[in-house]
Each structure stands twice: as structure tokens, then as C-alpha cells.
Design a binder for this molecule. Sequence first.
Ligand code: 4AD
Length: 458
Amino acid sequence: MKHTDIIEILNDKGYIDTKVTVCGWVRTSRDSKNMAFLELNDGTSLKHLQIVIDKAVIADPNEFMKLGTSLKVEGTLVKSVVAEDSVEINAEAITVLGVCPPEYPLQKKRHTLEYLRTIPALRVRTNTFNAVFRVRSVVSACIHEFFQNRHFAYIHTPLITASDCEGAGEMFKVTTIGHSNDYKTEEEYYADDFFGRRAALSVSGQLEGEVAAMALGKIYTFGPSFRAEKSNTPRHVAEFWHVEPEVAFAELDDIIEIAEDLIKHIINSVLEKCPDELKFFNAHFEKGLIEKLESVVNNDFAVMTYTEAIEALKNCGEKFQYPVEWGCDLMTEHERYISEVICKRPVFLTNYPKEIKSFYMKQNADGKTVAATDLLVPGVGEIIGCSEREADLDKLLEAMRVRGMDLSEYEDYISLRRFGSVPHSGFGLGLERIIMYVTGVQNIRDVILYPRTVGSIS
Ligand code: 4AD
């Protein structure tokens, strides 16, 4: 169907006084005695395009006026009579592509995000979701651009795995058998299963990413990860998109630098490519959003050790629901207090107690902490989990034994430390979390097309 994208027409003055054809859905409509007006949106821009119908040319525009109707409009593009910087189409012919009945749920009133979650197939047609998904697309593209311009190879790690990267046991099982009374033990069950052993959906591509980095030097993965955490919070989904670079010959400071550069690159790209979307989020979701983002790219992120953060939290006079002591896992309330009140900007919290972190992290000389860091940002909390990896074979094996891990399941991973081991580091950035941060949208369910959360799959 030959037509021009509305974004092209809005941005290119060359179309003025020419004949154009556009397609889209009716977003608003208004009728008067001799004229009728429609706002058409084809999804390529947040702004709508006004269609002017002269009833002397098109006699009965009634069927074009219903919200949600899809149309093909042919006409001449002219400068708007009322808004100086704007354009509109004087319609010469209109074809209905798909009618839309009055029970169409997206009528003129503003709907709550909670209600819109109940109509996932239609919420995408609202301004909010149009803006969210455009930002998400720009962010995804600029993540590839960032790594591709720095000699990182894009690696596709498996989604079905036999090992547990984070060791938290929060994995979705992959099995083709299901409920059965035919097996006396789990071992028997899995021996008979598709892979002949236990398998699950991957929580992280890191372990396989390390394999690739030990050959290609610098790699990144960008795909879905799955977590069967029963955390019903505004920050957790069971299926999220995970960006995971892994870098050979890099220590913790080196990877922190890459993480900060990546976040600034993402924000700069959104500031440059999504000005209309940011204005929209600034007006409707987070006052001061644009100022915040500009300040983030123009200032260094804070760096603070876990030990310093615990001291600061204990002395700040704030009553937390969960009290803090050295050795405790930080809760969202603590993470947010550190970035929002103590540092007032994104902060890398470094050197966590080894007991609360994963087996693969490099053990520091103090015998108590590991060379790990989480990036905490105001409003969202943790958006990156990062560490230098343990490159020493004996120390790695010891950390795995202490955690009671079955070493035979990690033979490939362990072998990397036998054959030319090098210092290396990596991190995981949750795509939905960075989208929340750059848009000000507060619930992760509203930045992904179909959120999968505990007890809910639509
Ligand atoms: O801190 P995490 O668990 O780190 C890892 O998985 C490492 N293996 C990454 C690596 O070093 N390659 O997860 C990394 C990030 C978190 O900071 C968060 O942004 C996101 O993944 N994330 C989630 N996002 C949405 N919903 C969930 N349930 C998430 N779990 C983690």
C-alpha cells in the first residue's frame, strides 16, 4: 500500500503543497457544520497529523470520525491555518481500512496504567506506550551501536541451560514430561526427559559469555533472561531483556568505566533522538526528567564501598523497615536512600561481602569482600549488577565448594581457568530498568509489551 510515514510528513517541509497519501488510526475527531477534523496517528511519531475534511469535497465524513478506525487518506499537505509550525492535509479521498465500533476501549478520557494493563493489545495505541516503545527501540539500537563501535562481538548465548549462573535456584524448569507417577525419583524423571538431565531457562548469559570473551576478547549478549522469583514488585518481571558485556583483560575499575560510558551513551541517544517523547514523559511522568538526564550525562557517577554505605545508613537517622548491619543484603529502601538522599545521583556500590554475592566474583585480598559493584540510580534502585570474575582456579573451586555446588555441571566454565586464564570482568544491565530510569515510568509492567510476572501471563 503506497503511502508516506507521518513522521516524514511532519519533519520534511518539502512535502508542503504536494499530494500525499497517509495511513493511520483515528485518535481524535471533531465535527462542525461545513468541516470535520481528524487527528491521525500511524505509530511512527508521537505527534498526530491533522486531516481537514471539507464537506463540499467529502459529503458524509461520519464513518471516518469514530475513534480507532483505520484510514487511508489522500490529499494535499498544507501549512496549518491556526498553528504556525504545523501542517495538515486537505483531504480529497478517504478510504476506511477497518471500522471500529463505539465499544472501542480507548475513548477520549485518560485511562489509568492499571486499566491499560488489562488491554495489552490496545494500550500500545496510546501516547504513553507509543512513547515508551519508541524510546525502548532507540535504547536497544544505541546499545548495539555502543558495543559495535568499541570492537565488542555480539554473541548469542543459549536460553536453555543446564547450569545456574546466579546460584539462587530461581529458574524455570524446561521439561517435556510434566506430571507423572511413572518415576520414583527426580533422577529417574530427568534421565528420561528431553535432555536426559535437568534443564532450565537461563537467568543470565554470563557463564557462556565468559567462554566467548576468553576467545574474542570483548563480547556482549543482548537477549531475554528468565527469573522465577516470586517478587511481585514494580521492578521485577519473570522475563526481562538483559545486556551483558564480558571483557578480557579488564579489572573492576575498567568495567565500571565501561558501564558508566554505556549509561551516558544511552541517555545522550535518547536526549538526541527522542525529544518529543522526553517532553511527554517530563510533563506526565516525572517533572524535571530532562534536567535530571542532562545532569547525569554531565557529571561523574559516585563510587562508594559497601562498607561506607552501611556506615552512612546506620548514621543517617532514618528509620528503615529492615535494619542494616555489615553483611546484610541491601533492600530497595536502602539502595534508593543511598542514591537519592546520600549521593543524589547514580552510584556504584563496590566490594560487597562475599557471602551475599555469587560464586564467580573475584575475592578481594581482605578475605571478606568480592570485587563486585551494583549501579544504583535514584527512583529505580539497582540497574546493573557487575563484577570482576575470579580468574584463579583454586579460589574459584573453593568458592563453589563452599556453596555446595556440583562442580561437574560447570566443567566448561572451570576449564577457562585452566587454559590461559586472564583477569576479566562483566556486567548485566536490565533493559526494562534503564527504560524506567530514562522515562520516569515507575512500574516495569509498563515498559515491556507483555509483562510476565508471578501469577500473571496474558
Ligand atoms: O544482578 P544480576 O542478577 O546479575 C547477573 O545476572 C549477572 N550474571 C550479570 C553479569 O555480570 N553478566 O542481574 C543484572 C541486572 C540487574 O541489575 C537488573 O537490572 C536486571 O538484571 N534484573 C532484572 N530486571 C527485571 N526483572 C528481574 N526479575 C530482574 N533480575 C535482574
